[in-house]
Design a binder for this molecule. Structure first.
Ligand code: MF3
Ligand code: CO
Length: 248
C-alpha cells in the first residue's frame, strides 16, 4: 500500500530532507585528496545531531555507519574508512535522517580533485538522469514515466542502469512502497498522486550493469570494476508538480 502524506506531513519531511541536504552539502565541501571517509562519516553524524535529527542508516538492518561512502567501482552501501582519498577518485555519499518521526534520504557523487573526462561524464549523466526522473513525478503520470526517463538519459549517454537496487517510497519508514526502478516503460506502473513521496536514486555504471556484494555483506561493486555513480533525492508529488524535499 502506498501511503499518502498530508500537507503537514510533507512539511515535516521537508525539514528532515533539508537536514540531509545540508549535511551532504557540508561533507561534499570537505572532500579533497588526503581526507578520510571515516572523518566524513563523523562530520555527517555530528552535524545531523546538531540539527536535531538522528542519522537513519546506522543500525538499519545492521548497517554500521551513518554515511554510506562508495568509492569508484563501489556502487552503494560502501563503508567509510581511515584511508585517504586520492586525486582522481569519485566518491558517492548516501545519507539519511529521522526527524520528528519521518525519514529523509539523499545521495550525491563528487570528484576528488581533478577527475578523468569519463568520470566527469558519468557524474553529469547520473545527476541529469535523476533530474529527468524527478521532472516526471507529477500527478497523473505513472511510475514507469519516472523509471523510463532516468533510463533514457543514462543509456543515451552510453552508461548502464543498475538493476539490483532501486528507489523507494519514503515516509515514517525508510523503505515504503512502491519500489522505484531506474529502468522501465512509460505509462506502466501505479498512477502518481499528490502526497506520494518517493526516493528516486539512479545508480549508473560506466560499464556493465552487473553488481556483486563484497564479503562485508554490504558493499556493492561493479562486476567489471568500472566506475559507478549515485544521485538521490527525496521528492514529493504535489498538485503543483514535483517538490524536492532533500535540498539544503
Ligand atoms: N539510499 C539507500 C537506500 O535507500 C541507503 C540505505 S543505507 C542502509 O537503500 F544502510 F540504511 F541500508
Ligand atoms: Co534511498
Amino acid at each position: 500500500m502506498i501511503i499518502i502524506k498530508s500537507p503537514a506531513e510533507i512539511e515535516i519531511m521537508r525539514a528532515a530532507g533539508r537536514v540531509v541536504g545540508q549535511v551532504l552539502e557540508a561533507v561534499s565541501q570537505a572532500v579533497r585528496p588526503g581526507v578520510s571517509t571515516a572523518s566524513l562519516d563523523r562530520q555527517a553524524e555530528e552535524m545531523a545531531r546538531s540539527l536535531g535529527a538522528v542519522p537513519a542508516f546506522k543500525g538499519y538492518r545492521g548497517y554500521p555507519y551513518s554515511l554510506c561512502c562508495s568509492l569508484n567501482e563501489q556502487v552503494v552501501h560502501g563503508f567509510p574508512g581511515p584511508g585517504p582519498l586520492k586525486e582522481g577518485d569519485i566518491l558517492s555519499m548516501d545519507f539519511g535522517v529521522i526527524l520528528d518521526g519521518f525519514y529523509g534520504d539523499a545521495a550525491t557523487t563528487v570528484a576528488v580533485g581533478a577527475i578523468s573526462p569519463e568520470a566527469s561524464g558519468l557524474l553529469k549523466a547520473t545527476e541529469a538522469s535523476l533530474m529527468a526522473g524527478i521532472e516526471k513525478a507529477q500527478p497523473g503520470n505513472h511510475l514507469g514515466d519516472i523509471s523510463s526517463a532516468v533510463q533514457k538519459v543514462a543509456e543515451g549517454a552510453g552508461f548502464s542502469v543498475v538493476r539490483q537496487f532501486v528507489g523507494h517510497g519514503i515516509g515514517r519508514g525508510l523503505h515504503e512502497e512502491p519500489q522505484v526502478p531506474n529502468f522501465g516503460l512509460p505509462g506502466r506502473g501505479v498512477k502518481l498522486k499528490p502526497g506520494m513521496v518517493l526516493a528516486i536514486e539512479p545508480m549508473i555504471n560506466a560499464g556493465g550493469f552487473e553488481v556483486r556484494i563484497l564479503q562485508d555483506g554490504w558493499t556493492a561493486v561493479t562486476v567489471d570494476g568500472k566506475l559507478s555513480a549515485h544521485f538521490e533525492h527525496t521528492v514529493a508529488v504535489t498538485a503543483d508538480g514535483p517538490r524536492i524535499l532533500s535540498l539544503p
